[in-house]
Design a protein around this ligand. Structure first.
Ligand code: NAD
Length: 410
């Protein structure tokens, strides 16, 4: 029998996609048997009247609901603890609506409401106690209002631990939403800065899942041992190739003209299919570097985020990516060339990506987001902690390589 893996799978949430799809939310929620739902969202959703429309749809379907909208910024240990308290009020289901921050918080709400405990119980050791999610959680319906994270179809909820200088998450197949309702019309109001940062996140999911080490180069494991990130495989390749092409065709337009529903629809599709791809195949070096890059910098003010000082996740991931793809080009040359062709008809992935980042106003160097040469060594340990991601790199990366990639990105 082969020493390397020969099987691979495709897991995803059920997805309903299309402009206007969110209007059917009440019916979907009722069909899942939910009678009393907590709507978990950020203040944009309640302030724009979206939460009210959603509650009306729930009420029309006979579902009682309350709104929790106290999510400000990307989830932190403190914000998740507060939302977790609100979740334990006798709900039998959850509706997460907003960007990845709201959707990830909603996943953790469903977890705490079903199985009790607190965040650190479920976060992997050594940061947390690493208790596996004991079983299925109460149903969650996820409606993204940004096109980037793919959280509506993934198993992971990401949380910042500023005291530890890194982000980490809880990942388990039971955390995957029962249903994703992807309505591109909900993303039209995203300002250009949010569209750029989230759009580049979607692209990075697809590029990393496309270049991660392939499933059939990995050791064969029993079903029980097999990690959720199984490596690049024919299913994830299909989704990645489509997502990369969609981003290449549409992200510049979505940033320049947010009302262009065709571009918004393409980006929403790209984000969801890239989410399906990376939650099966995995991501690698840029994501491992992104967690400390975001966690150790809370003094940079990105455009489009209402004056909040932090590095949006998509920028934290993409800022080292041109350097990473230059480094990996000899390990996965066909993949890098194919991705470049899909993105803008180019030949060098690093150059195609850098051109896109520049065109959409994304920071292209660590120095632009406030890092100096003396800070780089502090980022290496946080990236090394992301071993589950670094194992997917198609080329060996240790502390020296990470330091060199950071220097090349300064
Ligand atoms: N679970 C996953 O699979 C996964 C994957 C990637 C990233 N993440 C996590 O997701 C979080 C980032 O999510 P995000 O990038 O979607 O950003 P976000 O959820 O933090 O939202 C960004 C900003 O955009 C606003 N906003 C959202 N939708 C809007 C709309 N339609 N119109 C106007 N404003 C809108 C929000 O209020 C917020 O100010 C990070 O914590 C990241 O680590 C999770």
């Amino acid at each position: 029998m082969s020493e390397t893996a020969t099987t691979f799978g495709l897991d995803t949430a059920r997805v309903v996609f299309g402009s206007g799809a969110s209007e059917e939310t009440g019916e979907h929620v009722a069909q899942l048997g939910i009678t009393r739902a907590l709507v978990v969202c950020d203040p944009f959703v309640s302030g724009s009247g979206l939460a009210e429309r959603l509650q009306a749809s729930l009420e029309a379907a006979g579902v009682e609901s309350s709104v929790y909208d106290r999510i400000a910024g990307e989830p932190s240990e403190a914000s998740v603890a507060e939302a977790g308290e609100a979740a334990r009020e006798g709900y039998d289901g959850f509706v997460g609506i907003g960007g990845g921050s709201a959707l990830d918080t909603a996943k953790l709400c469903a977890l705490f409401a079903t199985h009790g405990g607190e965040l650190l119980d479920y976060v992997n050791a050594p940061i947390g106690r690493g208790t596996p999610v004991p079983g299925p959680v109460l149903p969650l319906v996820a409606l993204p209002t940004t096109s980037g994270t793919g959280s509506e179809v993934t198993t992971v909820a990401v949380v910042d631990f500023p005291r530890l200088g890194t982000k980490t998450g809880v990942s388990h197949r039971h955390l995957r939403p029962a249903l994703a309702i992807v309505d591109p019309a909900l993303t039209v109001s995203c300002p250009p800065g949010v569209t750029a940062a989230t759009g580049i996140d979607a692209l990075m999911h697809a590029l990393e899942a496309y270049t991660v080490s392939a499933h059939d180069t990995r050791a064969r494991m029993s079903l029980a041992q097999r990690p959720p990130y199984q490596g690049a495989n024919p299913f994830s390749d299909l989704f990645c190739e489509r997502a990369i092409a969609l981003v290449g065709e549409s992200l510049r337009t979505a940033v320049a003209d947010g009302d262009d529903l065709e571009a918004r629809t393409a980006m929403a599709l790209a984000s969801t299919v890239a989410g399906i791809a990376f939650s099966g195949a995995g991501v690698h070096v840029p994501h491992a570097l992104a967690y400390p890059i975001a966690s150790l910098q809370h003094d940079w003010t990105p455009a489009g985020y209402g004056g909040a000082a932090f590095v949006p996740h998509g920028y934290a991931v993409a800022v080292t990516a041109p350097a990473v793809f230059r480094f990996l080009a000899d390990a996965v040359p066909e993949r890098c060339a194919a991705a470049s062709r899909l993105l803008d008809g180019g030949e060098m992935l690093a150059e195609s990506l850098a051109r896109l980042m520049e065109d959409i106003g994304a920071p292209t160097r660590l120095s632009e987001i406030g890092y100096g040469a003396d800070d780089l060594a502090k980022l290496v340990p946080g990236a090394l902690d992301q071993r589950r991601l670094l194992v997917g790199s198609p080329k060996e990366v240790g502390p020296a390589e990470l330091q060199a990639l950071l220097e090349a990105s300064l």
